[in-house]
Design a protein around this ligand. Structure first.
Ligand code: SF4
Length: 363
């Protein structure tokens, strides 16, 4: 069991209860009382520190419920968090997510202090490719526009024409091809996202041999087995999963799109083929939906803890910095994405019959 320490000199037990009892109501279906009793002082102190330091916490959908619901101020997928980082009036942003997300916040809000509670919170996609790799790709495919998934480092974004997330990847590909007057596009570094986007377009997609270590583990057989064990279950899959997994799903979309699907359609029973904490968080707002919970944890996301967030705010560390020249170039790519209209209906990935990628590149 995790231990949740606190500085007892800061708040009395009564003050902690006053500050947190209403928050426990939000997560009581997921967190037993005895665990909450250890978390509550830390939650109370974090919320106190946020007020003292004019800080906001951007909480990704893969955070655990006590972070997502009880200390997160802005919650959502990468695109939603990037949009809010650009708009917030806070002086300090604490990224409850992984390092590339904190870098994106710093790129969009360079005048603000951006903190990440763990410098170890990486991402298998972000570490699969470098700026030098992108420069080589551009030499290999001159004149072909480059779309980069936000799950990349700042130096990769800096080499890019426009960024995308899993919420808008198809829209971005269509947009940049029209702008460049071409039917060919480089979409990197997630080969599975690229394959899933290629099915939704008639564009020739060149990609990179990167993948998400969480989503690549799911197989079509996993889904068939879940359907056998849970007749009638509705299966929602993330587009970082391989295409044969999406082919078995009832719906495929970003974490934000999956969340909207459950909220709008209220299926009797659902399974979210993505990181495990997502189900916990969506379940909080949909008490009448039964969730089947396969569990693939992202080890990087799970490095962000309540204690780590408290320490980050107490010590104002770890501060995320991005080289100003790289930041300015990366900002253009991210801002071009943000400037595209937010689709009214979250896009789905499983209605397309387009092609496959034409090349999976590597170093
Ligand atoms: S879930 Fe996958 S894509 Fe997301 S941070 Fe973890 S490794 Fe990266």
């Amino acid at each position: 069991m995790a231990a949740y320490g606190t500085d007892n000199s800061v708040m009395t037990p009564e003050a902690v209860r006053d500050a947190t009892d209403h928050l426990y109501e939000l997560v009581s279906s997921r967190i037993p009382r005895f665990e909450w009793d250890m978390m509550a002082p830390v939650v109370a102190r974090i919320n106190q520190l946020k007020a003292e330091k004019n800080a906001v916490i951007l909480a990704h959908n893969y955070m655990t419920p006590e972070i997502f619901a009880c200390v997160g101020d802005i919650r959502g997928d990468s695109l939603a968090l990037a949009r809010e980082a650009a708009k917030t009036d806070a002086d300090v942003i604490v990224q409850a997510g992984v390092h590339f997300m904190a870098e994106t916040s710093k790129i969009l809000a360079p005048e603000k202090t951006v903190l990440i509670p763990s410098m170890e919170a990486g991402c298998s996609l972000a570490s699969s490719i470098t700026g030098a790799d992108v420069r080589l790709l551009k030499e290999r495919y001159p004149g072909v526009p480059v779309v980069t998934y936000v799950n990349t480092t700042a130096d990769v974004k800096a080499e890019t024409d426009i960024c995308c997330t899993s919420s808008n990847a198809t829209q971005v590909v269509e947009h940049i091809c029209a702008e460049f007057g071409t039917d060919e596009v480089i979409l990197i570094p997630d080969q599975y996202l690229a394959k899933n986007v290629a099915r939704m377009t008639n564009k020739k997609v060149i990609t990179w041999a990167g993948s998400c270590e969480v989503h690549e583990q799911f197989t079509a057989e996993d889904i068939q087995e879940m359907r056998r064990g849970n007749p009638g279950v509705v299966v929602l899959a993330h587009p970082e999963c391989p295409p044969d997994v999406l082919a078995e799903a009832d719906y495929a979309g970003s974490t934000g799109a999956m969340s909207s699907y459950v909220k709008d359609k209220q299926p009797r029973q659902v399974v979210l083929i993505t990181e495990c904490s997502m189900s916990d968080n969506v379940a909080l707002e949909n008490p009448n939906v039964d969730f089947v919970r396969p569990c693939n944890l992202c080890p990087h996301m799970k490095r962000i803890t309540l204690e780590g967030i408290q320490l980050a705010l107490e010590t104002m560390s770890h501060q995320v910095e991005v080289d100003p020249v790289i930041s300015a170039r990366a900002r253009e790519a991210v801002e071009r994405m943000i400037a595209l209209p937010n689709p009214e209906t979250p896009p789905s990935f499983n209605v397309g019959h387009g092609g496959d990628v034409i090349s999976v590149e590597h170093r």
